[in-house]
Design a protein around this ligand. Structure first.
Ligand SMILES: *Cc1c(COP(=O)(O)O)cnc(C)c1O
Length: 409
């Protein structure tokens, strides 16, 4: 979101008010320019190595966004057969898709392997099954749990000792035993530390752990360091310094490749980094309640459309785009769902009036993909703005969408 000379907010010249007029409220809007910029930032930070970006598409699976990623040379990391099928619909070949499941039925892994995707195996029983089923005939990767605690908060850490994800690095002997017994072709080692990791230090730490484990595998082509880069949530927020991270990791990676004896590919699987800042949830103020305890601002949305603040305390910056220069006041911004769905407590905003548009920032990742039909509410439409043009990339739901799977109508 930018501001023009008269202080009005706009996305590539389009005002939130105009977008809501055309596509109605609430509305998810994505700026394709921001996605291009983020992809470019990552590519240039790692230009010294053979980098492959695998977009962790659970962040946002809109087909138009997947197609944009494909155009930009970004491949996919999926966590379910459904995501994989969406990738294929967006034009990806299965060989460009990595399946990184977490404790799924082995039949899902079989489906992915047989379709030609590479799978990140995340448990010893799955590794054993893979060996029995495929022996040396199919390549695979292994998801290692490095036992490193890092990330924005405990709910979004995925590599500490207590995390369910991956195979503990402490079990390396058992891993190697199975790999050698079945002659499994392990072409990559993977780890994903968590989300909202700002500093380079945790990335370097897990990289060293993976490099160390990697010495024991003879067929490697890939080291995959996962996603989790921290993005900006409010003006002046500290974010991952991509340039610094790129130079530090690249240097160590090159050293590792030399010691390993051949050049490998370095993979990352960012979700949030690529799409979070591209997205806005535009909502309309339904009522302003001046309560003796608090000023409540109700909007035409709730935890059914954006659950991150309620689920793991995420901060979403909010702009009152209808009254950008109004006098500042304190508000609790809340939803219309019959649960306590507080988006923001004691937030300072320019004076909020009924029918004002409130824009939630960082709504491009884990917004629509985590949404639900709770309270029999419909999901918003989604719009992609590119080259100053807004196109509808998903229509608003209707009652028919909610009833489609019900019997006895
Ligand atoms: C969710 C996920 C990611 C992306 O995490 P971000 O914090 O959005 O970058 C990467 N890899 C795996 C395996 C994931 O499950």
């Amino acid at each position: 979101m930018q501001r023009n000379e008269s202080n009005q907010y706009h996305i590539q010249g389009l005002s939130p008010e105009k977008l809501v007029q055309e596509f109605e409220s609430p509305l998810y809007v994505y700026d394709a320019g921001t996605i291009r910029q983020k992809v470019g930032e990552l590519q240039s930070a790692f230009q010294a190595v053979d980098l492959k970006i695998k977009y962790a598409c659970k962040a946002n699976t809109n087909l138009s966004i997947l197609r944009l990623m494909r155009e930009l040379g970004v491949e996919l990391d999926v966590v379910s057969p459904g995501e994989m099928q969406m990738g294929v619909l967006a034009g990806y070949t299965t060989s460009q898709i990595t399946f990184t499941p977490s404790g799924v039925p082995f039949s899902e892994v079989k489906q992915a392997v047989d379709a030609g995707a590479i799978v990140n195996l995340d448990s010893l029983p799955l590794l054993e099954w893979f060996g029995q089923t495929y022996g040396a005939t199919k390549p695979c990767m292994i998801r290692i749990k490095p036992n490193v605690a890092a990330g924005g908060n405990e709910k979004i850490m995925t590599a500490h000792a207590d995390s369910k994800f991956g195979i503990s690095v402490l079990l390396l002997d058992s891993i190697l035993d199975i790999v050698n017994r079945y002659d499994i072709k392990v072409i990559g080692l993977h780890q994903h530390t968590g989300s909202d990791i700002k500093d380079a230090a945790p990335f370097l730490k897990v990289a060293d752990i993976l490099f160390d484990a990697a010495k024991h595998f003879k067929d490697l082509q890939i080291i995959d360091l996962g996603g989790g880069f921290k993005v900006s949530y409010k003006p002046g927020d500290g974010i991952t310094d991509m340039k610094l991270l790129g130079s530090k990791i690249s240097e160590r990676f090159q050293k590792f490749c030399q010691a390993y004896g051949k050049p490998l590919q370095l993979w990352f699987e960012p979700g949030k980094f690529l799409v979070s800042e591209s997205g806005y949830l535009l909502t309309t103020v339904t009522v302003v309640k001046e309560d003796p305890a608090r000023n409540f601002v109700h909007i035409d949305s709730g935890l059914n459309h954006l659950i991150r603040p309620m689920m793991y305390g995420s901060y979403h910056h909010i702009l009152n785009t209808s009254n950008p220069s109004g006098p500042e006041k304190h508000y609790n911004v809340v939803g219309y769902i019959c649960e306590t769905d507080t988006f923001a407590s004691d937030r300072v905003l320019p004076e909020v009036r009924q029918n004002d548009i409130l824009a939630f920032m960082n709504a491009g990742a884990y917004g629509i993909t985590m949404s639900s039909n709770y309270n029999a509410r419909f999901r918003p439409a989604e719009v992609l703005v590119d080259h100053g043009q807004a196109s509808l990339i998903k229509r608003r739901e209707t009652l028919e969408d909610l009833l489609r799977t019900q019997m006895g109508l």
